[in-house]
Design a protein around this ligand. Structure first.
Ligand code: SF4
Length: 609
């Protein structure tokens, strides 16, 4: 069988993956694919689905959680189209705000942007939109669209056209639509989007890249929070607009509720009816008023991020009755916070039943059965693939001499961890990244490090600061990078050209005990036959561990040592998730670490420096 693949030859395991996906589509079944970095997931999924789509006249949606992941899809489609002369039309859709050329509106907050754009449309005040009404994109614009959203934005900007509107016009005739998760997953966006582009999911294969994000994203669409501080800010915005209305009673009632519920604790569950009566009785009126005032506030250039809009969106969510939602009141200093926490987005993921078939891909579908459960995909085909990189390029160990288990935390333990890091680093000729379960543990261990080559991540670092930190690391030959798991240095960053030769994972990043976590464990326990603790607590922590551990090996030439530093990694539940990395239950041994590098040419060069 010949598949449409842009490369001459499929990579290791890629051919099998293409075949499995194609066969799954033929059966009309969903498939979950757990494929490590390097297999070429994007090309494999596109190759199988393009081949199937051409034979069966079916559309393809390629969805990603981040815009940055669109680029490779565009490249793959362009080259495959050219190689096989397929004549496939495709468009790269990103969120409306990213395709908005109206400078007065496009730099607002997300919430404010949509309200302002809708208002401008209704009132006929967006000239870029008005320009698109009679405009039918010709071949030139279809071509521009196939080069990706960034180039397309420029093309529309030069012509004074709303890029979003034109992209949706092109999408109507497109066979493949590259888009964000939100276009399909977010119920507020989906209906209008599909209608606008005249496509249906029933006649489409939907590819979900990095699909381990679906559940969290789904939860976020139904969650939100406000605090007494937000209410106060919203009230002062109303004052600035000269409105007679005073909403400080909401904050007052929140405080009264806190006095009742938080006598002996810092957080408590509350119910839908715990919202103050004055708010409940007139919630629709209040939402309308806040929405209208928010627009007036933005129009008057008083600010781009009105707290009024945040409050109004929270109230819209508050009225949702759903047993998968926990409502929690918390005291943070003088501030009272009320949150709505979606524990499992059953209603959101219901949409996954609509497409002809779904292809869910991830490098961290571990264990894949959990994701099949969580995505409601019982009966789907489940496939795991091995890493295409040589196994001999990695040596992984468990260091069971220490732990960050809460009850065992002490200054002595932190000092021991620091000493273990220093000792292990001695055997690794090059940069080493050490990832901690939290900033608190990082700081505690940091005190015992006495090394001038330390590069340290701080809390709340901006992207630009993280880039600086990475630049420093790139310039270093023998540095130790300190970061946290689940952070920007341990996920999503490609440490190219074997920039790090060792990774030490300190502890297990289990979530802090909280009412939300308890509610989620209980909910999933009930839903998935006693698996709540694993699904909500232990496995998500281990996914962060696997993400961090995977940073060093990004191509077939990279070599690295990985050390899982905590005695709990020898426990069955945790060990079972790293057993493919740590081939045997190897405990760390400095001699073995040294020997691993003996024949490495670069290492020899480094030692001569
Ligand atoms: S219609 Fe288009 S250009 Fe106008 S504000 Fe909305 S997204 Fe921006």
């Amino acid at each position: 069988m010949e598949y449409f693949l842009r490369f001459k030859k499929a990579r290791k395991h890629q051919e099998q993956m293409i075949h499995d996906i194609y066969e799954s589509l033929k059966e009309g079944k969903n498939i979950l694919v757990n494929a490590p970095t390097g297999i070429g997931k994007t090309d494999a999924a596109l190759s199988a689905s393009l081949t199937f789509a051409k034979e069966n006249n079916i559309d393809i949606f390629f969805l990603t959680p981040k815009i940055s992941q669109h680029r490779i899809v565009v490249e793959s489609l362009l080259e495959t189209n050219k190689k096989f002369n397929l004549g496939i039309k495709f468009v790269d859709m990103v969120g409306k705000q990213n395709l908005c050329i109206n400078e007065r509106i496009n730099n607002m907050t997300r919430e404010a942007f949509y309200t302002a754009c809708t208002k401008a449309l209704k009132e006929g005040k967006c000239r870029y939109f008005n320009n698109t009404k009679e405009y039918n994109p010709g071949e030139d614009m279809v071509m521009e669209a196939s080069y990706g959203h960034a180039k397309f934005f420029d093309a529309c900007f030069n012509r004074g056209l709303c890029a979003y509107e034109i992209a949706t016009k092109i999408a109507k005739d497109s066979d493949v639509i590259i888009a964000d998760y939100a276009h399909i997953l977010n119920p507020n966006t989906r209906k209008a989007f599909l209608k606008k582009i005249s496509h249906s999911l029933e006649n489409a294969v939907v590819i979900w890249d990095e699909a381990h994000n679906i559940i969290d994203l789904g939860n976020s669409y139904m969650s939100g929070s406000i605090s007494t501080e937000v209410v106060k800010r919203a009230n002062s915005e109303l004052e600035k607009l000269g409105k007679a209305m005073d909403i400080t009673y909401i904050a007052f009632e929140m405080k009264k509720l806190a006095e009742r519920k938080l006598k002996t604790c810092e957080e408590a569950f509350i119910g839908i009816n715990d919202m103050p009566e004055e708010v409940r009785d007139n919630i629709d009126g209040l939402i309308k008023l806040l929405d209208a005032a928010s627009l007036e506030y933005i129009d008057s250039k008083l600010g781009k991020r009105p707290a009024m809009l945040h409050l109004s969106n929270f109230l819209k969510r508050w009225v949702m009755e759903d047993d998968s939602i926990a409502r929690i009141i918390t005291k943070v200093g003088e501030n009272i916070r009320i949150s709505i926490d979606c524990l499992y987005p059953e209603k959101i993921i219901d949409i996954l039943k609509q497409p002809y078939a779904n292809i869910f891909m991830s490098a961290t579908f571990t264990p894949i059965e959990m994701y099949s459960d969580m995505l409601g995909m019982n009966g789907a085909n489940l496939r795991n693939y091995q890493s295409p990189f040589p196994k001999a390029n990695v040596a992984a160990f468990i260091d069971d001499a220490v732990t960050t288990k809460y009850e065992s935390r002490s200054l002595t333990e932190y000092e021991k961890i620091a000493n273990r890091i220093i000792e292990i680093k001695r055997g690794i000729p090059g940069n080493v990244a050490v990832f901690f379960p939290s900033f608190s543990v990082l700081k505690s261990v940091f005190r015992y490090m006495n090394n001038e080559h330390l590069i340290v991540q701080r809390e709340y670092m901006k992207n630009i600061e993280i880039d600086e930190l990475l630049k420093k690391l790139s310039a270093a030959k023998n540095a130790i990078l300190f970061g946290v798991m689940g952070g920007s240095l341990s996920e999503g960053v490609d440490y190219k050209n074997n920039l790090i030769k060792g990774i030490i994972i300190v502890g297990i990043p289990l979530a802090k005990p909280s009412l939300e976590l308890k509610a989620r464990i209980d909910y999933l326990d009930n839903k998935f036959d006693g698996k709540g603790d694993n699904y909500a607590y232990k496995i998500p922590a281990m996914i962060r561990v696997i993400q961090a551990a995977g940073r060093a090996i990004r191509n077939e030439k990279d070599k690295a040592i990985i050390v899982f530093m905590d005695k709990r990694y020898t426990w069955k539940i945790y060990h079972s998730m790293i057993k493919d990395i740590v081939s045997a239950s190897k405990l760390v041994n400095n001699k073995e670490i040294g020997e691993f590098w003996i024949n490495d040419v670069e290492t020899k060069n480094l030692q001569q420096i």
